[in-house]
Design a protein around this ligand. Structure first.
Ligand SMILES: NC(=O)C1=CN([C@@H]2O[C@H](COP(=O)(O)OP(=O)(O)OC[C@H]3O[C@@H](n4cnc5c(N)ncnc54)[C@H](O)[C@@H]3O)[C@@H](O)[C@H]2O)C=CC1
Ligand SMILES: O=C(O)C(=O)COP(=O)(O)O
Length: 616
């Protein structure tokens, strides 16, 4: 019935989520058995990003937490910047909460090894030094806001630490602040206010410009950018946007035209910045781009200071290319007191207040508290920044295959002679589902976990699986075999192959030269169904003995009685043979680990040609 059609393949760089090791015999890792709760606040399905087992990581109460509130066994959450009361209350129900604001970098490093989670806003730099100082205890960094440019994501991933943010609760606040700056700048509100308070009455000096009919170019048409667009249209502005990743349909729905960077630069009367700070957007406005702008353009920045070359902006203001700028954010925060930009008379400034409304801060605090608590519990985090998002319904459907994937990885690596020299692993999924209807990221992550954990001291988790594989030089490629039949079951079988290695159990090497193991899920239970060229059928529970023998009567009895004498309970036995009376592979599931002498006795049975004991 199979119509093999190898389809998609090569593994790109994914960051993947793994639960802590699966308990023996459990059908699914703890995080997959948790209810897929949808938070009323978040208003959307939670997506995959568990970072710990269901139980909070073993932790002791922080000595810094208030003595009255600190409860041993609860995780400790360090809140390093001011967070809304409702969020703190949620956190306190679940964790020991240490609110220590204004820590120096040294103080933060000193504290962090006592913390399971850290919550920050934009004022705390969470660099590699912080992850290193945490000694592996830090499981979650929660960014109470959108921009995560102050968190070293690569270092977090390498340390298996999940980063979550609060991506939605301050969108409107930031957009409203952008509009406030736009209008205040156009009518010189800040300058006129200061002048009047200084006793002057300068009506001629502060003549403004009108907004209606003017072209506003929005750079970065995401959540904030599109809210600014809506509001600016209400002011009668002609709004265009540049965003290489935005959907033209969404823009059209708001009445905004997506244009090239060139067109935005050359036609705008006002330019408002709403992209994240990344290596690609760093100093995106610079001498070259200012030179292209219409003389007298006005700039608003509520994104990140670093997207503008600030020295170039001062030059553009001095030369009159830029008539005015209104800035909420700066390359260095707070900026130097003698900053030419801040003190420039045509510049209006606010001290990073975009997200600072009562409503936004309450919302952000709840959003981040829920995300951090969920992540510490091993629930599915909707706002994981350094992990893939796998929809909850996909997760629950794949649950038994996730277990199968890890066990196949574990089996395959234990079959390698020598253990460490794995370079190339091929995973094949046979399924009747169309390639784009089967998300295999979790499965590949679990295989990676299974492959790497038995041969290293690394704890492979959902966040660092791909990084760990890459660091160890293990290349994992994926292939799909498209089967005929009903796409009801997501996967018919999974095959894991390790190329260019020798095996301690040479029969595990297939005709094409790779160590090969294959498995299926039967009645919700993962089964090993093929080893090398031999078909077997043994449920993947407990541990496994594989024997290759001359196919002859009495073999099952001989091996069974050696195990029985040693009080090792056999849970399953299956024999796969090439042809009657030739060679066969016997797969024996055992509940207990046999002693060395038991294994030696099995090896001494005359017809046994090779055997191996594998822990699942
Ligand atoms: N001042 C403040 O207090 C606040 C600042 N922000 C900042 O505003 C920015 C936007 O936030 P959101 O809209 O929530 O994020 P978002 O992720 O929804 O939108 C960002 C948009 O920028 C686009 N983008 C990425 N690279 C680009 C490029 N090279 N050129 C043009 N567009 C590009 C993306 O495609 C995306 O559509 C972030 O930097 C965030 O940190 C957000 C909230 C408050
Ligand atoms: O959410 C963002 O990106 C912001 O810039 C808000 O920063 P804050 O939390 O106010 O320090």
């Amino acid at each position: 019935m199979a119509a093999p059609t190898p389809t998609t393949a090569a593994t790109t760089h994914h960051r993947i989520l793994l639960p802590s090791p699966t308990p023996r015999g459990a059908l699914a890792p703890a995080f997959l058995r948790l209810p897929l709760r949808v938070s009323a606040h978040a208003q959307r399905a939670r997506l995959a990003a568990p970072v710990a087992a269901a139980a909070p990581a073993a932790s002791t109460a922080s000595p810094d937490a208030p003595a009255s509130g600190a409860v041993a066994g609860k995780p400790t959450v360090l809140v390093a910047e001011k967070l809304g009361a409702a969020g703190l209350a949620l956190l306190r129900e679940f964790a020991n909460v240490d609110c220590s604001y204004g820590l120096s970098p040294e103080e933060l490093r000193a504290k962090i090894s006592l913390c399971d989670a850290l919550i920050v806003r934009s004022g705390t730099k969470v660099g590699r030094d912080v992850f290193e100082a945490s000694g592996g205890r830090l499981r979650v960094v929660g960014r109470a806001g959108v921009g995560i440019d102050n968190v070293d994501l690569a270092a977090a991933t390498e340390h298996g630490c999940l980063v979550v943010n609060a991506p939605t609760a301050n969108t409107v606040a930031a957009a409203e602040h952008g509009i406030a700056l736009l209008t205040a700048m156009a009518r010189n509100i800040a300058q006129a206010d200061a002048s009047l308070k200084a006793g002057k009455w300068q009506r001629n000096k502060y003549v403004g410009v009108s907004l209606v009919g003017k072209t506003l170019a929005i750079l970065g048409f995401g959540k904030v950018g599109s809210e600014v667009a809506r509001r600016a249209k209400g002011l009668g502005m002609h709004v265009i946007a540049h965003d290489p990743y935005a959907s033209a349909d969404r823009a059209r729905a708001i009445g905004v035209e997506l244009v090239s960077m060139e067109e935005a630069m050359t036609t705008a009367d006002f330019i408002s910045l709403h992209m994240p700070l990344t290596p690609a957007t760093d100093k995106m406005l610079n001498d070259e781009t200012f030179a292209k702008m219409k003389k007298g353009v006005r700039i608003i920045n509520v994104a990140r200071g670093g997207v503008i070359d600030e020295e170039a902006l001062v030059r553009a203001l001095d030369s009159g290319i830029v008539a005015q700028a209104a800035l909420d954010v700066f390359t260095k925060e707070p900026p130097a007191p003698d900053s030419k930009l801040v003190l420039h008379e045509n510049v209006t400034v606010t001290p990073h207040l975009g997200a600072s409304t009562v409503e936004a801060q309450e919302g952000v605090a709840i959003e981040i508290a829920e995300a951090v608590i969920g992540a510490l519990k091993g629930e599915l985090a909707a706002s994981a920044v350094n992990a893939p998002m796998v929809p909850a319904e996909v997760l629950s459907e794949l649950a038994p295959f996730v277990v199968l994937a890890e066990k196949l990885g574990r089996l395959a690596v234990q079959l390698v002679a020598g253990g460490g020299g794995i370079k190339s692993v091929k995973v094949t999924y046979a399924s009747a589902r169309a390639p784009d209807d089967l998300d295999t990221r979790l499965l590949r992550a679990m295989i990676t976990k299974g492959l790497i954990e038995p041969i290293s001291s690394v704890f492979v988790n959902l966040v660092n699986a791909d990084f760990t594989a890459k660091q160890r030089g293990v290349r994992i490629t994926e292939e799909r075999i498209l089967l005929d039949g009903s796409p009801e079951t997501p996967i018919d079988y999974i095959q894991v192959q390790i190329a260019n290695v020798e095996s301690k159990f040479p029969s595990a090497i297939s005709e094409t030269g790779e160590i090969t193991v294959e498995g299926r899920v039967k009645d919700g239970v993962p089964h090993l169904t093929k080893v090398g060229a031999f078909q077997v059928d043994v449920s993947l529970e407990g541990s496994l003995i594989l024997c290759r023998q001359v196919d002859q009567p009495g073999m099952i009895g001989s091996v069974g009685s050696v195990l029985g004498e040693e009080n090792v309970n056999v849970s399953f036995m299956s024999v796969g043979r090439i042809a009657p009376r030739k060679h066969a592979v016997m797969a024996i599931g055992v509940d207990e680990e046999p002693s060395k002498s038991t294994l030696t006795k099995i090896g001494e049975i005359p017809a046994i040609e090779e055997f191996v004991f594998l822990k699942l």
